[in-house]
Ligand binder design. Structure first.
Ligand SMILES: *[C@@H]1O[C@H](CO)[C@@H](O)[C@H](O)[C@H]1NC(C)=O
Ligand SMILES: *[C@@H]1O[C@H](CO)[C@@H](O)[C@H](O)[C@H]1NC(C)=O
Ligand SMILES: *[C@@H]1O[C@H](CO)[C@@H](O)[C@H](O)[C@H]1NC(C)=O
Ligand SMILES: *[C@@H]1O[C@H](CO)[C@@H](O)[C@H](O)[C@H]1NC(C)=O
Ligand SMILES: [Cu+2]
Length: 380
């Protein structure tokens, strides 16, 4: 009962624009876990609802919690990289270790059987670095797209001192952005009010060091290396887009969760861009856009990446929890991007690696429950 009550009270104080169906599903997931009093074996200990760490929506964090998170991210952006220059010349900071890992593995972690589990492990690894190396005290927050039809008005992107900075400066006279590519324009995004460098808020001086690899954003100087791992310092650009946010509405989230009973259709609908619809994964990236979020490879260069991917993980967690028996260990898909180079199916024994980002390799099997393996967290 404990968590259901907390959830109910948070929903009332979260500044939500309306009561969302996804919040009811979230509360239902907590109720399920509570009713079963799930106790999972972790690597060295036990995880149960009495001591699980609780990830919350950015808008529900206190000012002190937000500032603590922001300064921890900036701290990672100042510590030296662990990645050797021989692997990535452009890796200058501890933060860059995460970007490099994502760039190197892009073709084997998207549109693959490990997409959800790899990104779960990636966000957790980042959370551990923030906590263990940079003094962050909380659980990793998330950004619930559906709460903010206009991302520019969200507490995460309002440009204030408690945001991850807001929109980029407005660049007039631009073309529409075609997704996924100009040649295959399935979704046409109109220019909004940004497009250029972020010049205000805590991340106004944030620098991208790596990439681009395949950004849809125009006018970005190419990386000195074709693999995007060379040093290419430049500003963080963004274009917060209410149009893209339309494809991550409450209805989109709930339809995905309730309308897809097997993992293959669930993960495909989450990632696939189809005519007129970015899908939840694409919508979350393109509502932030700019150089980084317009680049499948280099997207973690923008710290907002981790807020979006926590929400992706939340959606998977809710989907799993609605039918733990059949969904906890459900896996589908192969080990290559869209299976374009045909390959075998992924299995629970395949290895997840985050490289120099830190934590050891684990089998996918250990990343299927957020309360087992190395993890001990839930969402509220
Ligand atoms: C839930 O499980 C934990 C750990 O096993 C135990 O300490 C606690 O008493 C249980 N709570 C209820 C309500 O059964
Ligand atoms: C949770 O509590 C159990 C005892 O019930 C303890 O063994 C374990 O270390 C705790 N786990 C965490 C993550 O604090
Ligand atoms: C807009 O697109 C056209 C056609 O591809 C191109 O020639 C032009 O340079 C683009 N304009 C800008 C501002 O990017
Ligand atoms: C996706 O967004 C477009 C606007 O770009 C909108 O017309 C369309 O209805 C949306 N589709 C879904 C499924 O949300
Ligand atoms: Cu990714």
């Amino acid at each position: 009962m404990k968590f259901t009550k907390i959830a109910a009270s948070l929903l009332l104080t979260a500044g939500a624009i309306q009561s969302l169906e996804i919040d009811s599903l979230l509360a239902q997931s907590l109720e399920t876990l509570d009713a079963q009093n799930i106790t999972a074996k972790r690597d060295n200990a036990q995880c149960h609802l009495g001591n699980v760490s609780v990830r919350r929506e950015w808008g529900t964090l206190s000012k002190a919690e937000k500032l603590n998170y922001i300064s921890a991210v900036q701290c990672l952006g100042k510590k030296p990289a662990l990645t050797p220059a021989a692997i990535a010349e452009g890796a200058k900071t501890r933060y860059d270790d995460f970007v490099v890992t994502h760039i190197i593995q892009t073709r084997t972690i998207h549109f693959t059987g490990n997409f959800l589990s790899w990104h779960r492990y990636f966000v957790w690894s980042y959370e551990q670095a923030l906590r263990n190396e940079c003094g962050y005290k909380g659980a990793h927050p998330y950004y619930n797209w559906a709460k903010y039809p206009d991302p520019r008005k969200s507490p995460l992107f309002d440009g204030s001192e408690t945001s991850l900075s807001g929109d980029g400066v407005f660049i007039p006279g631009r073309n529409d952005t075609c997704v996924p590519t100009a040649e295959n324009c399935l979704v046409r995004l109109k220019p909004a009010n940004g497009g250029g460098c972020v010049t205000q808020g805590p991340f106004k001086d944030w620098k991208l060091h790596l990439g681009p690899v395949q950004t849809v954003w125009p006018g970005i100087p190419p990386n000195p290396q074709a693999n995007g791992l060379g040093y290419n310092p430049r500003c963080l650009s963004r274009e917060l887009s209410p149009q893209a946010a339309m494809n991550a509405s409450d209805n989109d989230i709930v339809s995905l969760i309730l309308g897809n009973r097997d993992i293959k259709s669930f993960q495909d609908h989450m990632q696939n861009v189809v005519a007129g619809d970015l899908g939840l994964h694409g919508a979350g990236h393109y509502m932030i856009a700019g150089d980084a979020n317009g680049d499948l490879f280099n997207s973690p260069s923008d710290p907002a990446f981790f807020m979006h991917h926590s929400m992706i993980d939340l959606v998977w967690w809710v989907w799993q929890t609605l039918d733990l028996k059949t969904r906890q260990n459900a896996i589908a898909g192969t080990i290559t991007f869209m299976n374009l180079n045909p390959s075998r199916d992924a299995t629970l024994d395949d290895i997840l690696s985050v490289g120099y980002a830190g934590p050891p390799n684990i089998p996918i099997r250990n990343a299927m429950s957020t309360m087992a393996g190395p993890f001990c967290y839930i969402y509220l």
